[in-house]
Design a binder for this molecule. Sequence first.
Ligand code: ADP
Ligand code: MG
Length: 314
Amino acid sequence: MGNAADAERPSPALSESPRTTILTGLVAVAAEAWAKAVPPVTRATTNTTMCMNIHHCLSTRAAEVPYDRAMDSLIEPSSLVGLEPDTISISNVDLSLGAGPARVHILKNISLRVASGEAIGLIGPSGSGKSTLLMVMAGLERPDSGEVVVNGTAFNALDEDALARFRGRQVGIVFQSFHLIPTMTALENVAVPLELAGNPEASQRAARELTSVGLGDRLHHYPTQLSGGEQQRVALARALAPDPAILVADEPTGNLDEATGKQIVDLLFTKHAERGMTLVLVTHDTALAQRCDRVVRLRSGRIDGRPAERGIAS
Ligand code: ADP
Ligand code: MG
């Protein structure tokens, strides 16, 4: 795939950052590793940069934490938006990360339900746990306690490999900093995960998906040959290609100028509406969050106790 472009293929530079090196190194690994390849680099934390194997990182986390349960977070009732069954159901989730004195109790007894096809905007101050909660929903972080059920599948019942497979099929993820593989073309960035998941028409599917986000004429470009907005479109195409039940986006416009960011957000909402996916959008932009069906606020690792807000449907 992409042979014609091989002459231009950027070779991995020794000066790459550890995170980039992790990404490029993972190009060569086997199918199961791919499913884990993008996820571990998403967190600029010790368990990202120090652990190549997310299984190891997750399984070495201490289980016992002296939680403060003085205030329970509210269960956000998905009945607010209709009678659809929940696609995401999070119950009494606690999560701490870090070791020794650096250990931080990040998510505190979080319970949250998101209905099928619902779009929620997740807002809150920096450090309030938004990204961590998103990682828990996506199965990239396992909570210390509590339950996460996505599209009827309880994560607790899955081992790491099964969880990675589930994630590959059911969860699309878009990050602020795109996380494309620099030595792969746009087409390869979208097609290779599909191929590794066994899709016999990965290349055609990837081309269709890229065309649908407006990049039909950029299939053989490498990430460095694309603008930020175009790179985020590739990332969105990659997330959408398996036709996931849920799409989670963590500040997807954070690295883009305002006009480009608006185009990406419009595209995100268009795809959400077209496909009926459940969307969880983390943003610090309240106006953007208001475009969702519902706004959920996090504060210091808890869901804000104020009544849930209904946004103006976009
Ligand atoms: P937000 O996305 O709302 O800005 P995060 O979920 O990224 O917040 O982080 C919540 C808190 O957890 C922050 O205080 C952050 O420093 C801390 N944190 C995140 N990851 C780790 C980790 N691996 N080890 C220790 N603390 C962490
Ligand atoms: Mg964050």
